[in-house]
Design a protein around this ligand. Structure first.
Ligand SMILES: NC(=O)c1ccc[n+]([C@@H]2O[C@H](COP(=O)([O-])OP(=O)(O)OC[C@H]3O[C@@H](n4cnc5c(N)ncnc54)[C@H](OP(=O)(O)O)[C@@H]3O)[C@@H](O)[C@H]2O)c1
Length: 306
């Protein structure tokens, strides 16, 4: 892999793109050299420009990354891209979906079955992982989505969205943050969604949980930036995964999980806080956020027909 000095500025981006595209889709290839050491904590405190809200992370060699909610979709593609870049990845979710086979082939991959709704299991899994060594990054990608409108309100479904999309993240943060604070190092990245930027039809259950996650990331960032701990929030547009396979409408600017993973690695390599993509879609939504409601509501109705 590249010498450390090449992993800042444009080289970092080139490196990140190269690494992400090295990973192939589901089918879990064996990738990269086998490394077992964990990068020293100090490496994360490299100086950064004022544009970079986080310390850039492009050198994944020897870094230990726990991805929660990564047996499929964006989380899995991200685990593959990080592994291709030399990171040691721990993948958690309820169902292995082949990750166990991958772990059996590659000592740099661990499978840890976990339901984020089981608080004791979250604590126990985090304790077991931290007993093996520090975690350099924790990515919360677990997500649940069912379209819902207030005209057919389903409280149980509303609460299930909150349990997986928001409370699960709180459980994971609660389990890993003390270790990061003790080391004054680490990074927490939360997979939120542009659906959390402003209310959207069918998003009654999903949207508010993502708005909460983005708000949580903002507050975490402010509280932790002086503790050597990075925080980022990932806001994808539409990505072709099992979660969006239920959508009956044409999804604008739809991208693949691999493209999403590539954008995430690029965002971390740039030291970004708000990693949103694809820009040809998300920048319009950023604009929509600025509109007064008397313009926003009719425009959304016009665009969605809902
Ligand atoms: N796809 C998109 O267009 C899009 C857009 C914006 C944001 N996102 C967000 O990106 C993240 C990943 O979504 P995705 O599209 O990649 O969907 P996905 O393929 O369905 O992935 C969801 C992951 O979460 C895991 N999960 C669900 N419930 C869980 C639980 N209780 N405990 C532990 N793991 C759980 C799933 O595994 P198990 O079911 O086996 O547990 C799976 O690995 C989600 O937070 C989603 O909201 C997706």
């Amino acid at each position: 892999m590249h010498p450390p000095s090449s992993h800042t500025g444009p080289n970092a981006l080139a490196a990140a793109k190269g690494q992400a595209s090295a990973a192939t889709g589901p089918g879990i290839p064996k990738v990269g050299p086998q490394t077992s050491s964990t990068a020293p904590a100090a490496a994360h405190k490299a100086p950064r420009s004022w544009l970079q809200l986080n310390t850039p992370m492009a050198d994944w060699q020897g870094r230990r990354v726990w991805l929660v909610g990564a047996s499929t979709g964006i989380g899995l593609a991200c685990a593959q891209a990080l592994r291709a870049a030399g990171a040691q990845v721990i993948v958690s979710a309820r169902n292995a979906q082949g990750v166990q086979d991958w772990a059996a082939q590659d000592s740099g991959v661990q499978w840890r079955a976990l339901d984020v709704g089981d608080h004791a299991a979250v604590q126990a899994t985090a304790r077991a992982l931290l007993a093996e060594g520090p975690l350099d990054m924790v990515i919360y990608a677990a997500g649940y989505y069912k379209a819902q409108r207030a005209t057919a309100l389903d409280l149980e479904e509303l609460l299930q969205h909150d349990k997986v999309n928001y409370q699960g993240a709180l459980q994971i943060i609660h389990a890993v943050l003390p270790g990061m604070l003790a080391r004054q190092s680490g990074h927490i990245s939360l997979l939120s969604s542009v659906a959390g930027w402003r209310g959207l039809p069918n998003g009654l259950a999903y949207g508010p949980t993502k708005a909460a996650l983005t708000h949580l990331a903002e507050t975490l960032y402010m509280d932790l930036q002086d503790q050597g701990i990075g925080v980022s929030v990932v806001n994808p547009g539409f990505v072709a995964t099992p979660l969006t396979a239920q959508n009956q409408f044409t999804m604008p600017a739809l991208i693949s999980p691999e493209q999403a993973a590539s954008a995430m690695l690029e965002g971390w390599a740039r030291g970004q806080f708000d990693i949103h993509f694809p820009k040809r879609f998300t920048l319009w939504l950023k604009l929509l956020r600025l509109l007064p409601y008397r313009l926003y509501f009719p425009l959304v109705r016009k665009f969605t027909g809902l």
